[in-house]
Design a protein. Structure first.
Lengths: 814, 537
């Protein structure tokens, strides 16, 4: 039950977060349904009986997997609708409803989709005059009721969802009973302003920024979707597991690609590092305090008067040299590039775009002018492919003066933010390419910008180097080209806490590369909060410290030696897990499973996990309970799953699953637990940056389950190019521990990647006794590495087993 | 993560490392701890391992001491020999990371990259930097000596001045005692004479009041006695309906009689019985316009009111200022003045119905006799002199206080910074001029001069514990919009002249300045002798 809910709800979040949020979180800033005419009308609309019915005579199979018929409104005989049902691969279903002869055409979103979804055959049976049944995929089935119109969905003969259109844009969604064995999802593809009422039990939620607390006893959930324009275009994902849903959703909208390795390491940002000296000073600080760092960022002040693609040459007289110096430790620079273009004839981007007529127009056909950081500005119309292409070319090295291949991008304010606009964004009647009003396409704007940026970065290296790019505005499909952060948060404990549900919401909607500003963007965190934030974010996908220009400096070493040490430890911990993170990001690209997951995604049968939002999982192996309270000595940790074992990674203490345990914590604690049955690759050696560590040896942490078994994976490549795709230069290993043997074999035999990386250590937790001997065989070579055993914690450490990561080997314990 | 384990089985590992490699990265001073023929004990004593475990690219010791020459431990230290330059310690995780950290390249022995030996260049550079620094400090020290001499002079001058002030104060205080005595002596006869005068005057005034009242009663009697028969009869009084207590009814004969007590009264009876009853409501007849008995709004300034306004005005400054009013020879005591004010208000409330009061008061100026006047003059003189001394004492105390406040400011070691106390320095930047007035304030003045903002007031020396005089803190400047009060940290740097050389704002409203001064130059650096061709580390 819960699972359904989350997915639907999370999709909701996807839309809500597109509302511009330049201010601190203040709920009163959000527009409510009551403030919007169409929503107020729709919400009031509650007929006893649906007036829609299917015209049986019009039913036809357009092609295999595509059924079409007419839908009639018997109260208004002249209004006719086209109903299209598509049965898709991976047990998914698409339903489109559009007016047959609309007065004005309705906008259909296309940018969210990877391509035309692949159809699968449907087997139609006409049960009686009032019902049509279609079977498809793996035990999936829909039942179309003719009069009144209703659509029921089943998997494995179990009723899962239902659409009952009382009005064209009324959508309802039911579950009849609680079931832990099935998860379903719904994706509503529409770029207009909208609200979704989620009604479960008696609670009505009209906005979705607050995580929904579910009541398991009352299973029925109704959602009511009210959108200003566009068509009904819904995708139904039939599951049955959460991982199936991720696959089904990302098959349609695309999976987040593998980021460069350095992008999942630590980022240091501030509005603003003032000048080259300042940047160098901060880099020196990281050297001096031996804190690993991969990326340093420049916010808007680095430009010449907020003219993007330019530099304030008084502060940054030699940006190429700066980037080369940063690259000395294989680090990168990220600069900001917002979509508002300063109105200034002397600014080359403006004058060229102006001359070519590239700006978004008012309803009278004039270039729309609004205000943002640079003052009077105009906005490029990315809906025009020519403009998108032109914009992407601005990122080429020859066009973006002062940029090098070590520079990557940040697209902010792209909702877009318009300081003097209604609701701080575009007026709804602005006109985009193709004559579409902004109201039809609004939520796509940010995505179109960052898609162009991404393309520019790909082209910059002729398709060789993977881009990195961060965006604030996003839409379904944004995950294909950008990382996302949760926007302008504040240095408050409550904001630290809410990062978990916010990031999980993004995660399950396909955005895997996500993070929140460490420390809180607005105001000054006290050192404890800052440390706790560093600790929590060390286990979240995108790890960046960022602060507002009005805050005091916040570099990790400014809060006394103890706090510097704690922050250093958090960042070091992150770096030790990079091999695991990188493997998970690769799996996301391949299978659509995000690296950060809610507990229920791994334990869909454990009802206790359905409400959890104070903890999360990384992959299927790590459970993390960040400490998010100021003064706390104990936290209550629930270990999910029946018959599971969890190992504390600092003490090696085991805990039993399905139990809640009070755990003592101090400022050093980052409560994290590895699931028994999992093998996690780590890199325990320290380096200044992730790219320097590329060939460093790997330690395998093997935590055994109750059958004394475990398995895991390791993915590696060069960390920054597309050679893993184009030349198959990658390593993808599977490790299986079973019957006292640990085996490494390739999951991708066609792959070839040369690395000196070797296995330097294997730590087996939960091994029952001190073995006599450990032997390792690799091809015709064999060795007997030393081992040690700690009986108190059942910990076996194998010293220097030695094989190359790329080789097949078997380790035998006897 | 460290795995503290006790190894339970050892097999010997031989990878053919020569001694050179085995001891790679060990600092010279610790070589005695690494003896290839003996097991190695981690430097923190936590574990003993076979010597083969040293530099075998696996971290055994929690302190990283078994792997000085590899990157296996996150917390180890690698010793760069750097022949021809300084031997330096670098974190052992710098070893083999593809970056040349040692100038002799010894940290990159295992990587394919080629490190140029930069030790010679570095030595030259080091020498050049050191020489330049020495030269600077040398030049600075010469200037510093001048400044210190100046500061000594200033300090002793100031001390002298202070001593003189203390001496002056002492003298004045003695003088004050003298003057106080004289004042008291002059005030005794003055007081007695004034008392005598006052008493005479009060008696006189009482007599006058009786006469005035009698006159007034007579006037009323005559006014009432319209038939001029020297009697006031019922019908004569009855015309004065304002005397009717019960205004609603007619003024009856009975009512009139109850006032008169009989059918008619003569003057004596009127005086004794009737006047008191009617004096409050009586109004004179309209036609004969003899005396007007309309209530007067406020009395004319009385003798008391002549002094009170000034004492009210001066009340606030009184305690500190010790205002002396030589003209008003009596009542220089605040409490008395307050009493006077009360009298004043009282008299204004009783004098509402009878205008005659004003005549009484008007004639009340106490005219002292000549003898008393002389005594007052003498006492005034004594008071005046006393007050003048007192005023001087206040001024001198103020100076002493200011001086002490300044002395509380820490002007650096041996008050070296005394010469720049209050001195101001400017730094011009694109938009602003920054001005610091040492040990006072720092300001940001916009170019064009339209506005200036205080970015901090002198707070304290704020250098690190062992070098407190390296930095100055100015705090509590104007509060930023949406932020904290502005503040400034000034870092002192050796220079041959005193000037601001850099101003920055690393965080919003937190400024930093660099102040060059010979006072920050270091004699030990300046005196370091040059040995050409020989590097001294």
């Amino acid at each position: 039950m819960k699972n359904i809910l989350h997915l639907v709800h999370y999709i909701v979040v996807l839309f809500v977060l597109n509302i511009p949020s330049i201010e601190n979180v203040d709920r009163s800033n959000f527009k409510t349904c009551e403030q919007s005419g169409f929503c107020r009308r729709q919400r009031k609309y509650k007929p006893d009986r649906s007036s829609y019915e299917i015209d049986l005579n019009t039913i036809k199979i357009v092609k295999s997997g595509h059924l079409r018929c007419l839908l009639l409104d018997n109260t208004k005989s002249h209004v006719k609708f086209k109903l299209d049902i598509f049965t898709l691969e991976h047990n998914s279903l698409r339903v489109k409803i559009n007016e047959r002869n609309p007065i004005r055409r309705r906008y259909e979103v296309k940018h969210s989709l990877v391509g035309e979804p692949k159809l699968v055959d449907m087997n139609i049976t006409n049960l009686d005059g009032n019902q049509i049944q279609g079977s498809f995929g793996k035990a999936a089935r829909f039942l179309l009721h003719v009069k009144p119109f209703r659509l029921d969905l089943f998997t494995n003969d179990m009723f899962v969802m239902n659409v009952n259109s009382k009005h064209l844009f009324n959508f309802e969604h039911y579950r009849k009973k609680t079931h832990e064995h099935a998860t379903v999802g719904f994706f509503w593809m529409n770029a207009a302003e909208g609200w979704i009422d989620v009604n479960h039990n008696k609670n009505l939620f009209s906005t979705a920024t607050k995580p929904i607390t579910d009541n398991i006893e009352i299973p029925e959930v109704t959602t009511h979707w009210m959108f200003e324009s566009g068509i009904f275009d819904g995708f139904f994902f039939m599951g049955p597991t959460p991982r199936d849903i991720f696959k089904q959703y990302t098959t349609i909208t695309g999976a987040a690609p593998l980021p460069p390795l350095w992008a999942i390491a630590y980022h240091q940002c501030r509005w603003n590092y003032i000048d080259e000296d300042d940047v160098r000073g901060v880099l020196n600080g990281f050297e001096q305090h031996q804190i690993p760092l991969d990326v340093i960022w420049l916010d808007i002040e680095h430009t010449n008067g907020k003219r993007y693609f330019t530099w304030d040459l008084k502060k940054f007289p030699n940006p190429e040299k700066l980037q080369n110096d940063i690259a000395f430790y294989r680090r990168k620079l990220v600069t900001i590039s917002d979509p508002h273009i300063k109105k200034d004839d002397a600014y080359h981007i403006y004058s060229e775009a102006k001359a070519r007529g590239y700006f978004v127009k008012t309803k009278d056909g004039q270039d729309y002018e609004g205000s943002c950081w640079p003052g009077s500005s105009m906005w490029l119309d990315f809906f025009n492919p020519d403009i998108s292409q032109w914009y992407s070319q601005r990122y080429l090295l020859e066009n973006y003066k002062g940029s090098t291949e070590n520079l990557f991008l940040w697209n902010d304010m792209n909702e877009p933010s318009v300081f003097n606009g209604p609701e701080i964004t575009f007026p709804k009647d602005l006109v985009h390419h193709g004559g579409w009003e902004d109201r039809e396409v609004h939520n796509l704007y940010g995505m179109l910008q960052h898609m162009s940026t991404f393309q520019g970065l790909v082209n910059r290296s002729h398709g060789h180097i993977r881009p990195f790019l961060l965006t604030r505005s996003f839409f379904a499909g944004s995950q294909r080209t950008a990382a996302v952060w949760t926007g302008d948060n504040s240095a408050q404990w409550s904001h630290l806490k809410v990062t978990v549900p916010m990031l999980l919401s993004l995660s399950v909607t396909g955005f895997g590369f996500i993070g929140a500003d460490v420390g809180g963007f607005f105001s000054n965190p006290d050192p404890k909060l800052l440390v706790r934030w560093y600790q929590a974010a060390a286990y979240q996908p995108f790890y960046r410290e960022h602060a507002h220009i009005d805050t005091t400096r916040r570099e990790p070493w400014l809060f006394g030696n103890d706090n510097t040490r704690l922050i250093r430890q958090s960042i070091e911990a992150r770096y030790t897990y990079l091999p695991y993170w990188y493997t998970l990001f690769y799996k996301q690209e391949r299978q659509g499973v995000p690296p950060m997951l809610p507990l229920w995604a791994n334990f869909p049968k454990d009802k206790n996990t359905f409400k959890t939002e104070d903890s999360f999982m990384i992959g299927n192996g790590l459970l993390v309970y960040p400490v998010a309270d100021a003064d706390i000595n104990q936290i209550s940790v629930y270990f999910p799953g029946e018959n599971t074992i969890w190992y504390d990674l600092r003490t090696f203490n085991p805990y039993k699953g399905s139990e809640t345990v009070l755990i003592n914590v101090n400022m050093e604690s980052i409560p994290a637990y590895q699931l028994g049955g999992v093998i996690i690759p780590r890199r325990l050696r320290k380096r200044r940056s992730s790219m320097i560590a590329l060939n460093d040896p790997i330690t395998l942490i093997v935590t055994l389950d109750r059958y004394l078994e475990a398995k895991g994976e390791l993915y590696m490549d060069d960390g920054y190019t597309y050679d893993y795709r184009r030349k198959r230069q990658l390593v993808h290993r599977r490790f299986i521990f079973k019957n006292n043997e640990l085996r490494s074999k390739s999951l991708d035999t066609s792959s070839k990647f040369v690395t000196e990386a070797w296995i330097e250590r294997i730590i087996v937790l939960g091994y029952p006794k001190n073995p006599n001997k450990v032997i390792i065989n690799s091809g015709d070579k064999h060795a007997t590495p030393l081992h040690s055993y700690q009986a108190a914690t059942h910990t076996l450490v194998i010293r220097r087993p030695g094989p190359l990561v790329t080789s097949d080997w078997t380790l035998t314990i006897s | 993560m460290h795995v503290a384990v006790i190894l339970c089985s050892f097999t010997s590992i031989s990878d053919g490392n020569g001694e050179q490699t085995v001891l790679r990265g060990v600092q010279t001073s610790l070589l005695s701890m690494y003896i290839p023929s003996k097991p190695f004990t981690c430097l923190d004593g936590s574990l003993t391992v076979p010597f083969e475990f040293v530099n075998d690219d696996y971290c055994d010791c929690q302190d990283g001491s078994d792997e000085p020459g590899t990157s296996a431990c996150s917390n180890g230290q690698f010793f760069c020999e750097n022949k021809g330059y300084l031997g330096t310690l670098i974190p052992s995780h710098f070893v083999g990371d593809g970056i040349c950290d040692c100038c002799d390249g010894s940290d990159e022995y295992e990587t394919t990259i080629v490190c140029n030996n930069t030790c010679f260049e570095l030595t030259q550079k080091f020498q050049a930097v050191r020489d330049a620094r020495r030269t600077l400090h040398e030049a600075g020290i010469a200037k510093k000596k001048e400044i210190i001499a100046k500061s000594k002079a200033i300090t002793s001058e100031r001390q002298e001045h202070f001593n003189k002030l203390e001496q002056d104060l002492n003298n004045l205080e003695n003088d004050l005692k003298e003057k106080e005595k004289l004042k008291q002596e002059a005030e005794v006869p003055e007081y007695a004479a004034k008392e005598k005068n006052q008493k005479l005057w009060e008696e006189n005034r009482a007599m006058q009041q009786v006469m005035v009242r009698d006159q007034q009663i007579r006037e009323i009697f005559v006014d009432l006695d319209t038939n001029e028969d020297s009697l006031v009869s019922i019908d004569e009084l009855q015309k004065h309906t304002e005397l009717d207590i019960n205004q609603e009814n007619e003024f009856t004969v009975e009512e009139v009689r109850s006032i008169l007590g009989s059918d008619s009264v003569n003057f004596n009876e009127f005086n004794a019985i009737v006047f008191e009853k009617i004096s409050n409501s009586y109004q004179s007849s309209p036609e004969p316009t003899t005396p007007t008995l309309e209530p007067t709004p406020l009395p004319e300034p009385s003798i008391y009111s002549a002094t009170t306004p000034s004492s009210i005005l001066e009340k606030h400054g009184y305690e500190e200022e010790e205002v002396t009013t030589t003209s008003s020879s009596y009542k220089d005591n605040e409490e008395e003045n307050n009493n006077d004010r009360d009298d004043y208000h009282e008299s204004s409330s009783v004098s509402t119905s009878l205008e005659h009061e004003k005549h009484i008061h008007a004639s009340l100026a106490p005219e002292y006799d000549d003898e008393t006047k002389v005594l007052i003059q003498i006492a005034d003189q004594a008071r005046n002199e006393y007050n003048q001394v007192k005023e001087k004492i206040i001024q001198i105390k103020r100076q002493i206080q200011d001086f002490k406040k300044q002395s509380d400011v820490d002007l650096g070691p041996n008050n070296d910074y005394a010469p720049i106390l209050d001195e101001c320095f400017d730094y011009d930047e694109r938009e602003y001029t920054y001005r610091i007035c040492m040990f006072k304030t720092a300001k940001q003045i916009s170019k064009g001069g339209s506005s200036q903002v205080t970015i901090g007031y002198w707070d304290s020396w704020s250098g690190p514990k062992d070098d407190k005089y390296l930095k100055m803190k100015y705090s509590n400047g104007a509060t930023c919009w949406n932020g904290p009060p502005r503040s400034l940290t000034v870092t002192l740097k050796c220079g041959t002249e005193q000037k601001l050389s850099d101003v920055r704002e690393p965080s919003r409203c937190e400024y930093t300045m660099t102040f060059e001064t010979p006072l920050a130059c270091d004699e030990t650096i300046a005196n370091r002798s040059l040995h050409p061709g020989h590097v001294e580390f």
